[in-house]
Design a binder for this molecule. Structure first.
Ligand code: HEC
Ligand code: HEC
Ligand code: HEC
Ligand code: HEC
Length: 357
């Protein structure tokens, strides 16, 4: 074996690259099959939530995605056999849930409970343990990998990790969408994640058995809407940081793909531009310190490809601001955003149920 000897400088830059890669990583897995239990393990205690989830696109795409002509086309372009779509990590990480059953990894659902709440093997016992206080349940389950809804940013971050596509080849070579067109946290949440079944009286423990979901409170709607902008911005920056493709051709025009859509890098750069504009307009009415900081970070960031580390760093800082914002606020201060939220329409498979509320 011919082992190359690295000079200290090269060693240092190799280290820097390794560190940067561990911050903004392409091909992250949403759930680790080794720690997944599957939706059936939630049913006993969260019957209504499981039943409503079963009617959503997140669940039903289990039977449609892998066999669709569109999926086969995408697989062909990246040199994958169609029968690998439901087993290959490049698709599974966003489209499916896998479990380790009888020591073999099997694909058991599409997007499921643990895709958003985190693999449950380690936290399932403590998350409802009566011998812990609620505060202990939340903090212990969180430290064991639960995305507990007590932190909205932590739970909702998962939406953006899938709906803002971070695989450049998948988009530029195979024509996979680069983003979910029009994704906005409040409207896409209200139309797809039909939750809010837990009932609680002040001072009493939560009960999991309400049969009718409660409507989202005005405060919660504000928090979903405002936290969503920060998370969206962070994830779009992360996706842009992973691009290697110049967004602008030699003649200065935007580069377009065969399907007429702008390339991966351009679509993400345009999203960042749009979000920044929306946040500036909101900021005129709301004056949110985390928005001020995020907008300053964006203004200072090199908004083009070839700056992986800086963009990735900015992305992580904005993600931290999202967490800070969602922990420090309950929405009550942001009545000024209500006229904007009034025009938000639920989007997704559960929106018919929502309309009945
Ligand atoms: C043995 C019953 C039981 C099982 C099984 C169970 N849960 Fe729970 N879950 C509860 C109880 C009780 C609570 C309320 C805990 C509290 O008051 O802190 C809860 C709370 C939650 C919460 C947080 C709600 C909140 O605001 O406190 C989430 C999210 C959740 N469960 C998800 C799941 C998922 C996902 C599964 C399956 C992988 C699951 N649970 C399995 C009983 C259970
Ligand atoms: C980073 C996450 C991510 C990865 C990786 C990913 N997808 Fe997707 N895919 C999505 C999301 C999110 C949507 C829904 C887009 C929307 O809202 O329209 C989607 C939509 C699709 C669609 C429907 C698109 C259409 O034109 O209607 C197909 C087909 C598809 N994906 C196939 C694949 C295949 C095959 C792979 C693996 C080679 C893959 N995807 C990998 C996130 C991903
Ligand atoms: C593990 C990846 C993943 C996570 C996490 C995820 N989604 Fe999705 N979502 C998808 C994929 C993939 C589809 C498209 C499924 C298909 O059509 O085959 C989808 C579809 C949807 C749809 C239906 C879109 C339509 O036009 O019908 C909505 C709405 C949606 N997601 C909202 C959300 C929200 C809100 C969150 C977070 C609370 C979220 N998703 C989290 C992967 C994910
Ligand atoms: C697409 C992402 C997503 C999926 C899939 C999902 N959840 Fe949730 N869940 C969330 C989010 C986001 C919240 C926090 C909502 C809020 O605070 O308004 C939440 C909240 C909860 C809560 C507490 C509040 C309530 O509505 O009662 C429980 C319990 C829960 N989820 C259980 C489940 C179970 C069980 C499944 C699977 C059947 C599941 N979730 C699937 C995203 C998801």
């Amino acid at each position: 074996m011919n082992t190359p000897i690295l000079s200290p400088v090269r060693l240092l830059s190799a280290l820097v690259i390794a560190l940067a890669a561990s911050i903004c990583q392409a091909q992250h897995a949403t759930v680790d099959a080794a720690h997944t239990l599957g939706a059936e393990s939630c049913r006993d205690c969260h019957k209504a939530i499981v039943a409503s989830w079963e009617r959503t696109t997140h669940a039903t795409s289990f039977n449609t995605l892998a066999t669709s002509e569109a999926a086969h086309q995408i697989a062909k372009f990246i040199g994958m056999k169609p029968d690998q779509i439901a087993t290959n990590a490049s698709c599974v990480r966003c489209h499916f849930t896998q479990e380790k059953l009888a020591s073999a990894i099997q694909t058991t659902a599409a997007v499921s409970c643990e895709s958003c709440h985190g693999g449950a093997e380690q936290w399932i016992d403590v998350h409802n343990s009566k011998s812990h206080t609620r505060a202990e349940r939340i903090s212990e389950a969180s430290s064991l990998g639960m995305h507990h809804p007590a932190s909205l940013a932590t739970t909702a971050k998962a939406c953006f990790e899938c709906h803002v596509i971070d695989d450049e080849q998948l988009v530029n070579k195979a024509g996979h969408p680069a983003l979910s067109d029009g994704f906005e946290l409040l409207s896409w949440y209200a139309g797809e994640v039909k939750h809010n079944y837990l009932v609680s009286q002040p001072g009493k423990p939560l009960k999991t058995n309400s049969s009718e979901p409660q409507t989202l409170s005005t405060d919660r709607k504000r928090m979903l809407f405002l936290t969503g902008k920060l998370l969206h911005l962070a994830q779009s920056l992360c996706a842009l940081s992973l691009s290697t493709d110049a967004p602008v051709a030699k003649d200065g025009k935007l580069v377009r793909l065969a399907n007429g859509k702008p390339t991966y890098a351009v679509q993400h750069a345009l999203t960042i531009q749009r979000l920044t504009k929306e946040m500036r307009e909101l900021q005129d009415k709301l004056n949110i310190p985390e928005y001020t900081k995020a907008l300053a970070l964006i203004a200072a960031a090199p908004m083009t490809t070839g700056h992986k580390d800086e963009l990735c760093q900015t992305s992580k800082e904005i993600e931290r601001l999202a967490e800070q914002f969602s922990k420090a606020n309950d929405g009550s201060k942001f009545a000024a955003v209500d006229p904007v939220i009034a025009s938000v329409v639920p989007h997704g498979s559960a929106s018919q149920d929502v309309a009945k509320r």
